[in-house]
Write a protein that binds this ligand. Structure first.
Ligand code: OFO
Length: 185
């Protein structure tokens, strides 16, 4: 018979564990979503945007693993999500980055909701764990907004899309530079 390891004494409530596992699923979905966008950009000829999105998909998997390890270390059970509903085709390069921004804003809201919950029930350990994600979401939204600004500043006519693609490959360095001005992110 399979041995069951049950952790009876723990601070993590079942409700918080469920919220954290829901976030595991969201981070996993983010990774798959960005990987799918990367593939579309790759086959459509936007090589630099594709490279950025491949890196971003890897980052989201790391976010998922942070939640995974935290749940298990806190005495819970991290669950691998079942993913469905990944889009494979996109209207345009701009549409891809509009979706990235909308998605990141929804992730910020989701993280804020868990932070709010942890504060309300005085789970300050999980509250503190989540602070890394609070800061990270500021960076994630800045990157996505910067991407959309490029379309407005450069314009999509002529060699515009080619130039935008070059700049999309350097998005992380834009955020690192703005960190120097506004404090660490
Ligand atoms: Fe793109 O954000 Fe994860 O957390």
């Amino acid at each position: 018979m399979e041995k069951q390891i049950v952790t009876t004494n723990r601070s993590l409530t079942l409700e918080t564990e469920k919220l954290l596992n829901d976030q595991v699923a969201k981070e996993d979905f983010s990774s798959a979503y960005y990987l799918s966008m990367a593939s579309w950009c790759d086959k459509t000829g936007y090589a630099n945007a594709a490279e950025f999105l491949y890196r971003h998909a890897d980052e989201e998997r790391q976010h998922m693993l942070k939640f995974f390890h935290y749940i298990n270390e806190a005495g819970g059970h991290a669950l691998q999500a079942e993913l469905t509903g990944i889009e494979h085709n996109f209207k345009s390069l701009r549409a891809v980055f509009e979706l990235v921004l909308a998605h990141e804003i929804s992730i910020t809201q989701s993280i804020n909701d868990i932070v709010d919950h942890c504060f309300a029930i005085k789970d300050f350990t999980t509250f503190q764990f989540l602070q890394w994600f609070v800061t990270e979401q500021r960076e994630e939204e800045t990157i996505a907004r910067r991407a959309l600004e490029l379309f407005d500043i450069i314009g999509e006519g002529g060699v515009g899309l080619w130039t935008i693609d070059q700049e999309l490959g350097k998005l992380e360095s834009f955020v690192q530079n703005s960190a120097t001005a506004t404090g660490p992110i």
